[in-house]
Design a protein around this ligand. Sequence first.
Ligand code: ADP
Ligand code: MG
Length: 258
Amino acid sequence: MSDLVVVDGLRKSFRDTEVLRGVRFRVAEGSVTVIIGPSGSGKTTVLRSLNALETPDAGVLTVGDVTIDFGAGRPSRAELARFRAQSAMVFQSHNLFPHLTVLRNVTEGPIVVQRRPAAEAQAQARELLAQVGLADHAERYPYQLSGGQQQRVGIARALALRPKVILFDEPTSALDPELVGDVLTVMKDLAAQGATMVVVTHEIAFARQVADQVLFVDGGTVVEAGTPDEVIGSPKQPRTREFLRRILDPLAGSAEAG
Ligand SMILES: Nc1ncnc2c1ncn2[C@@H]1O[C@H](COP(=O)(O)OP(=O)(O)O)[C@@H](O)[C@H]1O
Ligand SMILES: [Mg+2]
């Protein structure tokens, strides 16, 4: 299968701090990439770069049908818009429009941004809400839903844009533990249907079961990459081992953390 995401030499600084220092990886069509790594290592900035929510300082990025060389001068707004339209993001939380019903949250992008016919967008939204187990919740408002249900609406909303690649930024980390499973199940089903996904998560069991590729990011670079068995099962890099040891047993070695 061809690659739907190719990232090479991705660099990004915020003021004087270089946050991404030459990130590279590829994502095959229909595959799931899980990105793990410590807080502040640049995971969100990688995803935001793929969705053009941040403009990289350098790097050649391909998402879907669009390639931009960010080192070759400022891309035009039209070019950035075309690049952004290749992917859709599912955020950690608090991203639904509170004053719109669940259905309107899902149809807003297709109707307003993509200018698709309302009837078609609504029919699609109902199908997607059924797919994430929320067929009966279309007329509710976000505040009437649990956090897990809100995240599933967030996934339906991303899918409604028909992206080539779906980007998830810690989609379960703001949820009560008992609500995590429903969201991960929806994501697992999506993967089984062949969606191309890049997922930042600390859910190691999900990574082991669903990921085709795991990237360990630290200090703004991909320190280790491979299959879940390689990166999680037998990590080669000391930094990967140390990170996994800490998240798998948060009480272990906290004295030497730093
Ligand atoms: N808009 C921003 N302005 C300044 N610093 C930022 C901004 N976004 C992220 N950073 C910094 O970049 C680093 C990486 O952030 P982030 O990509 O969010 O990491 P992660 O998602 O791995 O926790 C952090 O030190 C963070 O404070
Ligand atoms: Mg983050």
